[in-house]
Design a protein around this ligand. Structure first.
Ligand SMILES: Nc1ncnc2c1ncn2[C@@H]1O[C@H](COP(=O)(O)OP(=O)(O)OP(=O)(O)O)[C@@H](O)[C@H]1O
Ligand SMILES: [Mg+2]
Ligand SMILES: [Zn+2]
Ligand SMILES: [Zn+2]
Length: 320
């Protein structure tokens, strides 16, 4: 319907600030928050009423034939306000307020695939429908949180999906604090189990205590049982590395290899979260693993852009 289309700008050009998206995402305190762009502050579609009259045609009975009638519909500006307030409930950190699919750079094939998987997920997503999520595994500063943020931004602001982002160790801390205030773990886990799309960052982090394992198990099992979509990022490895053949090796060599493979096991997500959770992840998610030598953007930016680097903080828009 015509009124659902984006309002054209008076001069016919897309706004230079929001690129025609009508909203911007910026850092406020430690959060990434969205707001309506100045270009769309005064709605030209509804004149600020928030709703519009739309003409429809329908046949109520064969005898009478098709009839035209008018209905009151939400204006795009009302829809945008709803989506913006939903975005502001997601809980994305300020450090990825600029993150978009457009400004993600791939330095290797795996990063290119990671971007592709996230982009495809976001663009094929149908609100309320079942959708297989993804898990990004890789070393620090390779844009895993960046891609989670770009995906959630698209889902919430372009499709109106309800989403949440949690960093796992902050979640454990929040629940522990809740205990002290007399809240049950379920009070905090409940809404996260039910939200349409949940992104869990830093999966595998923590002390691996029984409390942490039970919390994670409950959250993932509840989402799994309800068929809900969950996205993940982790520094832990998804696949066991190929082990050296140890058959005819001398004892000393074997010992070193044993030590090495034990070290590798400690890097495995499967070891960190346990078989129950790992098995569910296999069904819930498309796996993307970034190799160990993927460059850390925090460091490369520091080293290469330092002389030209300006403090971030201005309005940035979310691309697609
Ligand atoms: N491939 C990339 N393209 C563009 N920007 C990137 C890329 N990788 C990282 N960045 C930027 O570098 C910063 C750190 O990235 P991000 O937080 O997404 O890393 P991460 O993989 O989640 O790291 P960690 O494992 O430490 O959580 C962010 O500002 C992010 O936008
Ligand atoms: Mg991260
Ligand atoms: Zn604008
Ligand atoms: Zn309006």
């Amino acid at each position: 319907m015509a009124v659902r289309e984006m309002a054209p700008k008076a001069n016919g050009e897309a706004c230079g600030v929001c690129g025609g998206r009508t909203y911007v995402i910026e850092r406020r305190g430690d959060q990434a928050l969205a707001r309506t762009c100045e270009c769309s502050g005064n709605c030209s579609v509804c004149g600020g009423r928030g709703h519009v009259l739309v003409e429809r045609e329908a046949e109520f009975s064969q005898k009478v034939g098709p009839r035209r009638y008018e209905v009151m519909e939400q204006c795009v500006c009302t829809q945008r306000r709803t989506r913006i307030s939903r975005f502001n409930e997601v809980g994305l950190p300020a450090v990825v307020s600029h993150a978009s699919f457009d400004n993600y750079r791939a330095f290797n094939e795996a990063q290119d695939r990671g971007r592709g998987v996230a982009l495809h997920f976001a663009h094929q997503y149908v609100k309320g429908g079942p959708s297989k999520g993804f898990i990004l595994s890789g070393p620090v500063g390779t844009g895993k949180t960046h891609l989670l943020a770009a995906t959630l931004g698209h889902l919430v602001l372009e499709l109106g999906v309800r989403g949440r982002y949690v960093e796992i160790s902050l979640l454990y801390a929040t629940i522990r604090r809740g205990f002290q205030e007399g809240k049950s773990g379920g009070e905090i886990i409940g809404p996260l189990s039910e939200v349409e799309v949940l992104a869990i960052d830093e999966l595998g982090k923590g002390r691996g205590s029984p409390f942490e394992m039970e919390t994670l198990d409950e959250l993932i099992a509840r989402r799994y049982n309800a068929g809900r979509t969950t996205l993940f990022a982790t520094n832990y490895s998804l696949e066991p590395e190929k082990r050296a053949v140890r058959s005819a090796a001398p004892t000393g060599y074997r010992t070193t290899e044993d030590a090495r493979s034990a070290a590798r096991d400690a890097d495995l997500l499967r070891e960190r979260v346990g078989e129950r959770i790992y098995s569910r992840l296999c069904e819930l998610c498309t796996f993307v693993e970034l190799p160990k030598d993927t460059p850390d953007r925090r460091r490369t930016r520091q080293e290469m852009d330092a002389p030209m680097h300006h403090a971030a903080g201005g309005s940035r828009t979310l691309g697609r």
